[in-house]
Design a protein around this ligand. Structure first.
Ligand SMILES: Cc1ncc(C[n+]2csc(CCOP(=O)(O)OP(=O)(O)O)c2C)c(N)n1
Ligand SMILES: [Mg+2]
Length: 333
């Protein structure tokens, strides 16, 4: 270790973890830039951007065991889904509505992530409904004595929904193996946090009988640390936790929104300086994990994987129109 940051060793993370975490953050960023450009070219109807949230998502999911734990994400969680096992091709197959979109075979809106194989529960458009699903699944895991922890993710706007409060209360009462992650980017579309949340989100945990923590969601290692402690507690039977990760989204809410109408360019620029990816690149060089050349080759590799994903998804087929009602009506036996 050179100039010497080694916070990751204390957290039990190896260099391979750091490189993989960085890779998923880069993949998400480049998928995002590409999908935004495709939307502006008229080639992608609807885009939900992730840029800015990468560290909160990758750091938090890193604490879970893939294959065993269950994930109930929300629409902005592309980096999380990539770290859980989605490929760039999967992301773009969903964006283009192709038959091999893992989430819905091209039937859902983009960014409604779901995969039976990866234990990602498909989401619905009304916000916060996934949080109730998470509580129900966590209850069943506890009831069946299965060694599985459930994670659910949502924005701070989502915490105004009754579904959020119901799920928090139920999880607290039944001491469920569940971790609640609030990706607080300070806006619910155009509504600022000051008009959405009285007090602080993480402090509400106490009222529901669980511990609450806040952390810097632009710091992937801090996001991991908080998530790991909470997942360990849940796995040990000590019940749920609420973690608020403070972050910012760099683009508009979706491709149908224009953020210039409700936030200043200066504010966006200030947050761009706290870019979670630039910050982790600095960590990696300070800890002598990568030099500038290594960082550059990781960027190039991720860009090329994203370009391949776009190409493969483009070449893939649309669903056969005759399958339009599949999974909508019960099939005749
Ligand atoms: C029940 C419900 N109300 C309103 C909407 C419209 N809507 C979609 S996303 C959103 C904002 C959510 O903000 P937040 O939870 O902070 O997440 P972010 O988009 O900032 O990541 C709203 C109001 C919806 N989808 N469902
Ligand atoms: Mg928000």
């Amino acid at each position: 270790m050179g100039k010497g940051q080694d916070g990751h060793t204390e957290l039990g993370l190896k260099q391979e973890d750091l490189l993989a975490m960085h890779r998923f953050m880069l993949l998400a960023r480049y998928c995002d830039e590409r999908q935004w450009a495709l939307n502006r070219q008229g080639k992608a109807p609807f885009v939900v951007p992730v840029s800015g949230h990468e560290a909160a998502q990758v750091g938090s999911i890193w604490a879970f065991e893939r294959g065993k734990d269950v994930f109930c994400p929300y629409y902005r969680d592309m980096a999380l889904c990539l770290a859980a096992g989605f490929t760039p091709k999967d992301v773009f197959a969903g964006l283009f509505g192709k038959f091999d979109d893992p989430s819905s075979g091209g039937r859902q809106m983009p960014a409604h992530w779901g995969s039976r194989k990866l234990n990602i529960i498909t989401g619905s458009s009304p916000i916060s409904t996934q949080i109730l699903h998470a509580a129900g699944i966590a209850y069943s895991k506890k009831y069946k004595h299965e060694d599985s922890v459930v994670g659910t993710w949502f924005g701070e706007g989502g915490t105004s929904e009754g579904d959020w409060h119901g799920a928090m209360n139920f999880a607290g009462i039944h001491k469920l193996p569940l971790v609640f992650f609030c990706e607080n980017n300070q806006y619910a579309i155009s509504v600022h946090e000051s008009k959405q949340v009285a007090g602080r989100v993480y402090k509400r945990a106490e009222g529901y009988g669980m511990p609450g923590f806040e952390g810097d969601g632009n710091d992937v290692l801090e996001s991991y640390r908080l998530a790991k402690d909470a997942v360990d507690r849940a796995r040990a039977g000590e019940g749920p936790s609420l973690i608020e990760l403070r972050t910012y989204r760099f683009y508009s809410h979706t491709s149908d929104d224009d953020d210039r109408t409700y936030r200043s360019r200066e504010e966006v620029e200030e947050w761009r300086k706290k870019d979670p990816i630039l910050r982790f690149e600095k960590y990696l060089t300070d800890a002598d994990v990568l030099d500038d050349k290594g960082l550059e080759s990781m960027r190039e590799e991720a860009k090329s994987d994203v370009a391949d994903g776009v190409k493969q998804a483009n070449e893939s087929e649309f669903p056969d129109p005759s399958t339009g009602a599949l999974h909508v009506f019960q099939e005749a036996q």
